[in-house]
Ligand binder design. Structure first.
Ligand code: ADP
Ligand code: MG
Length: 139
């Protein structure tokens, strides 16, 4: 079933010039971008995006990291896009991510881990709406 997921190429990956490599991986996996936006998040925008984690000890550090430099926010569409993107990304901790995954290739540690991907259809809906009005989705 074709569905949509939200991906973010995080500030660490943008700084390392890996935008092209990461988007090529989406292309090869059949995840088609239907919206792309490069932006620098304010700290409060990052906090709102990660509100689900606000009780976690890493929340402040994560929001600071996510607002530390430009990011690329994408909506990807394809069959089982949410699960497929989670597989492409690999485990949250790059040290535990499988070979061939984005986080294995480009993540430094459990915080600076290169990419974000929605983890369910409910979070995908919230996250897509957080960055894009429906009319900006071209697919
Ligand atoms: P994922 O991004 O794999 O869905 P989570 O939703 O659990 O992982 O966490 C959101 C983000 O918070 C992670 O991608 C990572 O950047 C950061 N993070 C997660 N766990 C930790 C941790 N223990 N210490 C520091 N940062 C963390
Ligand atoms: Mg998550």
């Amino acid at each position: 079933m074709s569905e949509r997921t939200l991906a973010i190429i995080k500030p660490d990956a943008v700084k390392k010039n890996t935008i092209g490599d990461i988007i090529a991986r989406y292309d090869k996996a059949g995840l088609r971008p239907v919206a792309i936006r490069m932006m620098k998040l304010s700290k409060s925008t990052a906090e709102g995006f990660y509100a689900v984690h606000k009780a976690r000890p890493f929340f402040d550090s994560l929001s600071t990291f996510m607002s530390s430099g430009p990011v690329v926010v994408l909506v990807l569409q394809g069959d089982n896009a949410i699960k497929k993107n989670r597989e492409l990304m690999g485990a949250t901790d790059p040290a535990k991510a499988e070979a061939g995954t984005i986080r294995k290739a480009h993540g430094a540690n459990i915080e600076f881990n290169a990419v974000h991907g929605s983890d369910s259809s409910e979070t995908a809906k919230f996250e897509i709406g957080y960055f894009f009005p429906e009319m900006d989705l071209v697919g």
